[in-house]
Design a protein. Sequence first.
Length: 309
Amino acid sequence: MAPPWCPCRALLPALALALLGLAAAAGPRQTPALELAQELAEELWGAGLPGDLPELEPECRSLLAAFAEGSAALTGCLGRRARPVRLCQGCHDHYRRLLAQYGSIARAVGNSSESHNCAKSILTSDRLQIVVTLSEFFNETWEAANCANCLKNNSEGLSNSTEEFLDLFNKSLTCFEHNLQGQGIDLSPNNYTEVCKNCNETYTKLNDLYNHLQRMNRQGGESEHSAHLCIDVEDAMNITRKLWSRTFNCSLPCSDTVPVIAVSSFILFLPIVFYLSSFLHSKQKKRILILPKRIQSNANLVNIQEKYS
């Protein structure tokens, strides 16, 4: 049998909120007072609530706490790996766990009673729906980063092509650093440095692999994000190209130079071929005078008369 409700119980939430407000007004310098007020407010709030404000069941509270910890871990990972961008390769475990935690909340029913449904209590019980908002934010961020294009199908690790690219990327940076040590390099324009000569092969392989992955990715899907590789690969390639072209003033020979020159020369030579062929095939033919039949018959008659005369 539930204990009888006392009017003084209705004052407990107000008292708890007042304690929180008093502690907050004390200012950030009085952290112990704020912490004490929060603890006391939680005790008062849990000690007695009006009947129309049911508290979360222990199972639901545990799921909510796990989601909060997962959100904090993923947020910290994204912030730490924002520059240089290493989101996909460093935070995919946190993101996968958060998806599982959100799925547990959405599937959790708790007791058979509808009032103890964790999904309803946590996800849709208020207008703000903070758990749903946080989940949508992480999903949109992950999709905008195109992390799925760098991970395996089950998102448990990086794909083989991504690992190959990152390996070449690390080798390129190592080559840059090795050739810069102890050298006073003049980075003036058009200066062909030791970096350009010694790291050309590694950089060329990296650039070719990136172009290959980009072509394969464009052919693999039709979504708006399919034209882009994951943000980790794109940022790594941008960094390398800036170092190669702007910092070291290196240039990569274009493999299509010879075909382009050949095609351009052929197109420029076409007008000459056209006019020359027109001149050779436009010889003027001699005019042949064709006499009318009547004149021909009269001429024959005159010849016969002269013969027998």
